[in-house]
Design a protein. Structure first.
Length: 303
């Protein structure tokens, strides 16, 4: 039995344990929240080091890949370095591969079209998804300044995201992560600003991190499509009750929950069997196709 654990800065209320068969091998896949306590997360990573096959780091990134740039999240890097034996993955490999292919699948199905209006709540952490939407001719609004910083200023070009990445590259090494992204109980608090509601209303499809989408989501999003990850029964209920037409989660459904990209990447890395420094994009693509991962669609029928 392979054992993969996601240690998350998110709320403990999202914890789960699932068993799954991947490529003929049995896996225990679990998620352990720490309610935003980085010290608890670090201690748990140390305790798991050498005892599990791979560790996912949830609720925080280690790396962001924006075009040719690699950005390092200082707090995430320091947490990952608490493990000296077991590889620690943050999901960036799947964001750059699986999430691109999920957008391609949505285009094939007709749910995403060349003139679709897309709101990505943040493109910095999912640049692969952003590139995929742009590649297919979608009209994109990137909400990084709106929802992460609080500036009512929409970005509409990938070049603007790359420029933003360059400006913040050094700051990300030292800025406390909770100032950049909600952790712990803050993930479950609504912070909807009526000034930003129009960005939801103007979009056909709302994409990106589920916590950011829900945090700023207005009461009604009738007929909208959602492309996201890390969904739970409660978040799916919130999307449905707000009037969303459908939700595509970018990772497979694990008996009612979608595993975070960090957890599922940790599972794939276990199957690949190479040191993390030697893993290439083609390795991820090979196993994504081998496992038949295409995301998981829930159609609410709201139109």
């Amino acid at each position: 039995m392979r054992n993969v654990v996601s240690v998350s800065l998110g709320a403990r209320s999202g914890d789960f344990v699932r068993e799954a068969e991947l490529d003929g091998e049995l896996f225990t896949l679990s998620r352990e929240g720490t309610d935003g306590d980085a010290a608890v997360a670090r201690d748990r990573i140390i305790a798991l080091d050498g005892k599990v096959d791979a560790i996912g780091l949830g609720g925080i990134d280690i790396y962001l890949y924006v075009g040719s740039q690699q950005l390092i999240i200082g707090d995430g890097k320091r947490l990952a370095e608490a493990a000296v034996i077991t590889p620690v993955l943050d999901g960036s490999g799947l964001k750059n591969t699986l999430e691109r292919s999920v957008v391609d699948d949505l285009v094939q199905s007709g749910r995403v079209q060349s003139n679709s209006k897309i709101l990505m709540v943040s493109a910095l952490d999912r640049f692969g998804m952003a590139e995929a939407f742009v590649k297919h001719g979608c009209n994109c609004v990137f909400g990084d300044l709106i929802f992460n910083i609080g500036l009512d200023f929409a970005l509409t070009k990938l070049s603007e995201i790359e420029e933003l990445a360059g400006k913040y590259k050094k700051r990300l090494l030292t800025t406390p992560f909770h100032l950049l992204y909600p952790t712990g109980a803050a993930q479950e608090k609504k912070a909807a600003n009526p000034l930003y509601a129009r960005y939801y209303q103007d979009a056909d499809i709302i994409a990106g991190d589920a916590h950011l989408i829900l945090r700023h989501m207005p009461e009604r999003i009738d007929g909208k499509g959602i492309v996201t990850n890390t969904t739970r029964a409660q978040s799916m209920k919130m999307f449905e009750e707000a009037g969303a037409a459908w939700v595509m989660t970018t990772t497979p459904n694990l008996n009612g929950v979608s595993g975070g990209t960090n957890l599922m990447e940790a599972a794939i890395v276990t199957l690949i069997g190479k040191p993390v420094t030697e893993i290439k994009t083609d390795d991820y693509t090979y196993f994504i196709n081998r496992l038949g991962w295409h995301g998981s669609l829930t159609d609410f029928g709201n139109r």
